[in-house]
Write a protein that binds this ligand. Structure first.
Ligand SMILES: Nc1ncnc2c1ncn2[C@@H]1O[C@H](COP(=O)(O)OP(=O)(O)OP(=O)(O)O)[C@@H](O)[C@H]1O
Ligand SMILES: [Mg+2]
Length: 261
């Protein structure tokens, strides 16, 4: 028997009941992810990206089908995976450092080691000088960086990220995209990242999953066969951009620097 893929989404469908009616949100989703692979899920608002990520993370049950993580059915959130939610989810009464330490509290690390590890990731996202600030004292982009640090500090096998860089300016976004690639290569993390940003998907992913909507479904998978770090202004990048834009029926002879859908 062949070895199962690290993450397998099998025939998943999901409905939500809204205003007394069942609405089909996801239909027949099949997706296999290898260990150490980075997958970007790209699609328009409302197509079910967060819902799919929640199902993969065990936060939401599917109505039909199943998700397997390392061969075992996902029925609840697993310690192997960490979800970085679309909203920051910071505890307002805890400092930046204490928020990042949160995920390490039931680890085997001593108090000192926990603090050291948390501080390392706070520094990594460029907030070393704000470690003792509280979330309300930070900008939206900084709060987003704290939640990124918290997810990374856990050093999980699987990182599920829902538009993690959406609130960041271009420079911070580029910097953290590079850090994410570096961390992924060092830790051998498997990453599924939901994004609206076509360039971000091409820059980070080994495979881009394009979703269609109503109901949410996988429209196409595009393998990005190119070494990292990738040249955002190179011909290869432009080639993949065109392919993805075609999927969304968006075409332009003069592309802007970045595309968002
Ligand atoms: N808990 C819920 N109860 C009812 N309907 C829901 C629930 N969660 C999501 N939906 C509906 O499912 C659809 C998909 O939502 P989802 O949040 O997965 O979209 P998305 O692709 O992540 O969108 P965005 O890019 O705006 O974040 C929407 O129509 C939304 O109204
Ligand atoms: Mg969403």
């Amino acid at each position: 028997m062949s070895k199962p893929m690290f993450i397998e989404v099998k025939d998943v469908s999901k409905s939500f009941r809204n205003n007394g009616k069942d609405e089909l949100i996801l239909k027949d989703i099949n997706l296999s992810v290898n260990q150490r692979e980075t997958i970007a899920i790209l699609g328009q608002s409302g197509c079910g990206k967060s819902t799919l990520l929640n199902i993969i993370g065990g936060f939401e049950p599917a109505n039909v089908g199943q998700v397997l993580l390392d061969g075992k059915e996902v029925t609840k959130p697993s310690k192997k995976s960490v979800m970085l939610f679309q909203h920051y989810g910071l505890l307002p009464w805890r400092s930046v450092l204490k928020n990042v330490e949160l995920g390490l509290e039931d680890s085997n690390l001593s108090k000192e080691e926990r603090k050291k590890q948390a501080y390392h990731y706070v520094e990594l996202v460029g907030l070393g000088d704000k470690a003792n600030h509280f979330p309300r004292q930070l900008s939206g982009g900084m709060q987003q960086r704290v939640s990124i640090a918290r997810a990374l500090a856990i050093e999980p096998d699987v990182l599920l990220m829902d538009e993690p860089f959406g609130a960041l300016d271009t420079f911070n976004r580029y910097y953290l995209q590079d850090e994410l690639i570096r961390i992924q290569q060092e830790m051998k993390t498997t990453i599924i990242i939901v994004t609206h940003d076509i360039d971000e998907a091409i820059y980070l992913a080994d495979r881009v999953v394009v979703m269609g909507k109503e109901p949410g479904r996988i429209q196409r998978e595009i393998v990005i066969d190119s070494y990292k770090p990738r040249d955002r202004s190179g011909d290869e990048f432009q080639y993949y951009r065109k392919q993805i834009l075609q999927e969304f029926h968006l075409n332009s002879s003069k592309p802007p620097l970045e595309y968002h859908i």
